[in-house]
Design a protein around this ligand. Structure first.
Ligand code: IMP
Length: 456
């Protein structure tokens, strides 16, 4: 099968130009629709590179009516001839990568462009066990917190936190290259299991799982290493080689700025650096090489898992947006928490990422409301804040100060340019553009590539 690439409005201009390097990052709590934007922008770049996160991320991309769900493989894989690179900053579940390769191959997609950093850390089965057991224990032992939530983080249970923690612990951690060398692998696993076995049984693991059996795990890892061996290489050298040849690279941020381990709503965050600055550590390509940063945001806000969300709607309006936007997790299937657009939070994300432009997604979902609201300040303990407060305890006290704008009833899914949007939808976009202080360069009104307005 050849993958067809229908042209989105304005997209041909974009693909004709060869920019320097670009980045696509999420400005909210993940699930902003980055996959579609990366897929569109990939046309103008020679490689698409993931630099953070792991299989906690989930992208759905619709191409020529076929839906592709990707968790680890960059969506650039859908373009024949482009490199799709998993950088050293990603934590890789190699069995999941094999599943994704097989799934794509089954749909006729050529996956030979996939390359995985030899220094990326491996998410092992015991990381997922640890993630789930920790979450269960935290929930049981600390069911309510100062933030008013449950004690656990509400992780995706994909082993992300434990894998990044082991990376920082160092001894016994396994990197992709170790999957190709039996003795080193066995030695690392043996060290790791010396710690993991008592830890996991303390967390409540009762059965003699093969996931913590040294022989079984070593063989399992070597087998998956054999399968992925042709893809494992030094991606830092690969990327700098491409840059040296004048090629352009698109960096694909996973999760979202407000889930960033340093700049997000800690501790209700993921384990990695999701923002544009994560590119340097997660790939070895310095920040000075990235000249364009597109921040992706929905026309409203969603969040999965625990943690503060000032503009959350726990009412019929929220349910309506959730159903219209099909707001259920691609990775876990969990219903997402839904709220009005939080402009205070997104403005902070624009600032932290140095976003040069914004891609606004899911605008079509807001059709049918008499009025739409956007959160433009917070009130915390009687004081008004016009800037974001990442401290989770403070933020959990924030009451949203809403600005109300008139709604629109027209279906937007076939609108092809911003000036053809219904008046009130256009005013909404103009309003948020002015508030954020960066141009809205892409507006998406549906999952298809053609349901996109681009001005960049
Ligand atoms: P973890 O990354 O699985 O450790 O989960 C930590 C927090 O980040 C949880 O609240 C997850 O729901 C959230 N999270 C992680 N990745 C994503 C994502 O891609 N979209 C939305 N939420 C995410």
């Amino acid at each position: 099968m050849t993958t067809q690439h229908p042209t989105a409005s304005g997209f041909s201009d974009l693909s004709a130009r060869k920019p320097a390097c670009s980045a696509v990052v999420g400005l909210q709590w993940g699930d902003e629709g980055k996959g579609k934007i990366v897929d569109l922008m990939a046309a103008a770049h020679d490689a698409v590179v993931r630099y953070n996160g792991g299989a906690n991320a989930g992208h759905s991309v619709v191409v020529a009516g076929s839906r592709y769900s990707l968790h680890l493989i960059p969506s650039g894989i859908l373009y024949p001839g482009k490199a799709a690179v998993i950088g050293n900053g990603v934590v890789v579940d190699p069995w999941k990568v094999v599943d994704e390769i097989d799934g794509l191959a089954g749909k006729g997609v050529d996956t030979r462009g996939l390359v995985i950093s030899d220094r990326a850390h491996v998410v092992l089965p015991y990381h997922k066990l640890e993630d789930g057991l920790r979450e269960d224990l935290l929930n049981r032992s600390n069911p309510a917190t100062a933030e008013g939530g449950s004690g656990n983080i509400g992780t995706t249970r994909r082993g992300i936190g434990p894998a990044y923690a082991d990376k920082c612990q160092r001894a016994g951690a396994v990197r992709m290259r170790d999957l190709l060398r039996r003795d080193a692998l066995r030695e690392r696993l043996s060290l790791s299991l010396a710690v993991k076995k008592p830890l996991l049984s303390g967390l409540g693991l009762t059965d003699g799982s093969s996931d913590v059996d040294l022989d079984a795990l070593t063989e399992k890892c070597l087998a998956v290493g054999q399968r992925l061996a042709p893809m494992i290489q030094d991606t830092t050298q690969l990327l700098h080689g491409m840059l040296g040849q004048g090629k352009s690279i698109l960096f694909e941020g996973a999760n979202g700025t407000l889930l960033d381990v340093d700049h997000g709503t800690y501790p209700y965050v993921t384990g990695s650096s999701c923002i544009a600055s994560g590119i340097g550590t997660g790939t070895g390509v310095p920040a000075t090489r990235v000249s364009r940063v597109i921040g992706v945001m929905k026309a409203y806000t969603t969040r999965v898992g625990s943690g503060p969300m000032p503009s959350e709607l726990k009412n019929e309006t929220g349910n309506r947006i959730r159903e219209r936007g099909r707001e259920y997790g691609t990775t876990t299937g969990r219903p997402r928490r839904v709220g009005w657009l939080d402009l205070v939070a997104t403005k902070y994300s624009v600032m932290i990422n140095g976003a040069t432009g914004v891609a606004l997604t899911m605008l079509d979902v807001l059709a049918g409301f008499d009025q739409v609201n956007a959160c433009t300040a917070y009130e915390i303990d009687g004081k008004t804040y016009d800037y974001f407060v990442p401290d989770a305890i403070e933020l959990s006290k924030a009451k949203p100060v809403l600005t109300t704008l008139p709604g629109w009833s027209q279906d937007l899914s076939t609108v092809t340019s911003r000036d053809r949007l219904p008046d009130n939808a256009r005013k909404y976009v103009d309003f948020l553009e002015k508030y954020l202080g960066v141009p809205v360069q892409i507006v998406s009104v549906g999952p298809g590539r053609e349901q996109t307005m681009i001005a960049m």
